[in-house]
Design a binder for this molecule. Structure first.
Ligand code: SF4
Length: 140
């Protein structure tokens, strides 16, 4: 589990919040714990989709987007810190998400220093999802 919060620096974050609209950002258990420690209730910001924990939307944007800014910026989830770096399972590669408006401004190779953290994070959320689904099956 990573407590150091490595991140991708987005130079457009002052004027762009598109990645916080209709978000499907996946959270790790660690992300949820951090946000709860910040005083939020998981019932308000979290939903489960196929075993993954994802941020809830409110009126078309992330629950935490207030006045076009992230209201939990210091404790925002790891996936938000990495975006638009994403891991593509099909090609087993870290890519810049083409859904990001500014994706042509970035080169994934420039972010080699955090690519290991992205892979650790992805493995963590997949492992947690599998445990969650197994637990549910056991309860049936
Ligand atoms: S937690 Fe913050 S950065 Fe992440 S999607 Fe929500 S508003 Fe955006």
């Amino acid at each position: 589990m990573n407590d150091s919060f490595p991140e991708f620096y987005c130079p457009f974050s002052d004027e762009c919040y598109e990645c916080c609209l209709d978000t499907e950002m996946t959270l790790s258990n660690f992300d949820v714990k951090k946000i709860e420690e910040g005083g939020y209730n998981r019932r308000d910001f979290l939903e489960e989709k196929e075993g993954f924990l994802i941020l809830q939307n409110f009126e078309g944007h992330c629950y935490f987007l207030k006045d076009k800014r992230c209201s939990i910026y210091k404790i925002r989830p790891q996936g938000c810190r990495f975006y638009p770096l994403i891991y593509d399972f099909e090609v087993d590669e870290i890519l810049i998400d083409e859904l990001c408006t500014n994706h042509t401004e970035f080169d994934a190779d420039d972010y080699d220093s955090i690519s290991e953290d992205v892979i650790i994070f992805v493995n963590e959320i997949v492992e947690e999802k599998e445990k969650r689904l197994k637990k549910k099956l056991r309860k049936k």
